[in-house]
Design a protein. Structure first.
Length: 209
């Protein structure tokens, strides 16, 4: 029973955070604080989470380098495809402002999102050790909450493609963690993707001003 509760919380925490933080209070900071607070509480409550020492284990230069190259392509692809994937007349800067991301708040959020968020999210989605036969549901949950965040700015067909790509990405990172017995590669891959996407977002904003 406890195992099922842990799995349910793992799958639902990001969705609860997005619903309250973005949909009700329209605040990105509240969203990510709720999300990460839930992860930290679950981390200390559940002894089956990955041990902290395993966070920096599992290094492999070939897998790391190849993955970073792929992840860094996320930003350029976003820039190239933005006019196709974004909803008509979408102003990214105004959308961010709607969720209290502007000025210093936006700058600090980017740093937090790039360096803290990937660490906690990888521990949460890849590092959880539970007796759960349907582990693919964790990958779907990871992809699904991203779709929930972006559904107002990305066209439906592209949201489906995004869901597929993120599900596969989650599966790959989970397999790397299980094979290498550590989270360092998924964390660094995740950071690379976030850096690339954040840079792309800033480029899109500047281009449209």
């Amino acid at each position: 029973m406890k195992n099922k509760i842990i799995v349910f919380l793992t799958l639902s925490i990001p969705y609860i955070a997005v619903i309250f933080g973005m949909f009700i209070f329209h605040n990105a900071w509240l969203t990510i604080i709720l999300y990460h607070s839930g992860i930290i509480i679950l981390l200390f409550y559940n002894k089956k989470y990955v041990h902290f020492k395993n966070v920096i284990k599992g290094f492999d230069w070939k897998i790391l380098t190849f993955g970073i190259i792929i992840c860094l392509l996320a930003g350029p692809m976003l820039v190239l495809l933005w006019s196709f994937i974004s909803i008509d007349r979408m102003n990214l800067s105004l959308w961010l402002e709607k969720y209290c991301l502007f000025g210093v708040s936006w700058i600090v959020f980017q740093l937090y999102f790039v360096f803290i968020h990937p660490l906690l999210e990888e521990i949460h989605f890849r590092g959880l050790k539970v007796n759960f036969k349907r582990s693919w549901m964790i990958d779907f949950a990871f992809a699904g909450y991203h779709v929930l965040v972006l559904y107002k700015i990305v066209k439906p067909l592209w949201l489906i493609l995004m869901f597929i790509v993120l599900s596969i990405t989650s599966w790959i990172w989970r397999k790397i963690y299980l094979k290498k017995k550590g989270l360092i590669i998924p964390i660094l891959h995740h950071i690379s993707a976030e850096v690339s996407i954040i840079l792309a977002a800033n480029f899109i904003i500047l281009k449209n001003t």
